[in-house]
Ligand binder design. Structure first.
Ligand SMILES: [Zn+2]
Length: 294
């Protein structure tokens, strides 16, 4: 039954990788020029520089949760996964950063250089630590595989900061933002290729296992979101509207997990007291900013 309901669903449901496809904007034109000059060979320094500038824009435009404890926790769990990936260059550059977007909508996305954003609405829908870890592992995977750089080199013209503010959270806090959506709306919803998503899924499994966390949270998060679509469609409408469902993504992640020794997978923690404390603290935040109609 589940299979038929989840047909076509991808991990990208909550991993808004399509945002990463629109990273060029006037704020970073200098950096972009440097990239185009070097072609495929983007250095770590260039990647971090680009990512920092995008992150700066994004953080100005999106409502970011400022609570110190919450930020500390999401960075601890994110770092525990990121520092064991093949991107030791980003770890050495101390460039991985994890942010919580104060939005009720379900989403997450990654920016080159290791800047990872996850919506409060997604965290609130998790039940256990391994489910958030899976989302982070997937987003980290896009950075690890340099998908975001590739997209960056292919796309031009959007103002990523204001675009994200409107699209990711529905919080359009400027006329500029609304104009950007109208101009760039079509392209903004472009997605990563199926292959990139499959790679990020695989990275998600590998990265969580390597970090000593159960990878089962990845397919389970799909099931949570599918259930949400049944019971509360509006909360996940934007996400589902921009991401076709791909059942094979769930099957694929389950198959990857099945390749491990089951005893090892069973031994990996799925939850922690700290995670439940974290979730409790999230619930105690004031309500997220009210989305404006766009
Ligand atoms: Zn993705």
């Amino acid at each position: 039954m589940l299979e038929s309901r989840v047909r076509g669903m991808g991990l990208a449901q909550y991993a808004s990788d399509f945002f990463v496809r629109e990273p060029m904007n006037r704020f970073v034109s200098g950096v972009v020029l440097a990239v185009s000059l070097t072609g495929c060979g983007v250095s770590t320094q260039q990647e971090v520089e680009m990512g920092s500038q995008y992150a700066q824009q994004i953080n100005q435009q999106l409502p970011i949760v400022q609570d110190v404890e919450l930020n500390r926790y999401v960075n601890v769990i994110g770092d525990s996964i990121a520092r064991l990936t093949s991107r030791t260059d980003l770890t050495e550059a101390n460039s991985w950063r994890f942010f919580i977007v104060d939005s009720r909508e379900v989403n997450a996305f990654a920016v080159p250089g290791g800047f990872i954003y996850v919506n409060r609405g997604l965290i609130e829908r998790t039940q256990r630590m391994d489910q958030l870890a899976g989302v982070l592992g997937h987003e980290i995977g896009h950075v690890v595989r340099r998908h975001s750089i590739k997209q960056m080199q292919q796309q031009q013209g959007a103002n990523i900061g204001v675009t994200l503010a409107c699209v990711l959270t529905s919080v359009c806090n400027s006329q500029v933002g609304q104009a950007a959506i109208q101009v760039g709306g079509g392209a903004i919803f472009a997605r990563f290729s199926r292959q990139d998503e499959a790679e990020a899924d695989a990275e998600g499994v590998t990265n969580t296992v390597r970090a000593g966390i159960s990878p089962n949270g990845i397919p389970e998060m799909f099931k949570i979101l599918i259930a949400e679509r049944q019971s509360n469609p509006s909360a996940v409408a934007a996400m589902f509207a921009t991401h076709p469902l791909e059942e094979d993504r769930i099957v694929a992640t389950e198959e990857l997990i099945a390749q491990y020794n089951p005893a090892i997978i069973r031994s990996l923690p799925t939850d922690s007291r700290n995670y439940q404390t974290f979730k409790q603290r999230i619930r105690m935040l004031p309500p997220s900013p009210t989305p404006r109609s766009r």
